[in-house]
Design a protein around this ligand. Sequence first.
Ligand code: ZN
Ligand code: ZN
Length: 140
Amino acid sequence: MKGGEGMANGSPFHSFYWSTAWLSFSAMIRQQRFHVCELCGAPNSSEVHHLVHINKDNINDPATTLNADNVMLLCRSCHHAVHERGKYKARRTTFDASGNIVGVKEPSSSSLTPLQESKLNEATKRAKCSVKNLHQFPPG
Ligand SMILES: [Zn+2]
Ligand SMILES: [Zn+2]
């Protein structure tokens, strides 16, 4: 989907991504991480990606949405690769009505290196722990 996750007008996601809380949180993350992509080191990176993805059930849950452990600062191409990965795990072959192969879809071309993949997996594991811990020990 172009334009990032859940940017459709009128959705709860839309209002979340335009909320002051998110805008100031994401600005803080960019600054704290020096605008450097956490996967490839590219400068001027500005896309804040949620490791534990936001959905309509956790959109109002700051332990997920505004948790520094649950975000990664990414450049555009890594962010794209992160969202594309897993979509086409293998080549997909399409057949016509009589069972002849009509096309082979290669896995997404924008993919992560094994090192980036393992960084992402590490960060995701940490994020899941952090979100869970915040739920077990609510602040205050
Ligand atoms: Zn990158
Ligand atoms: Zn993302």
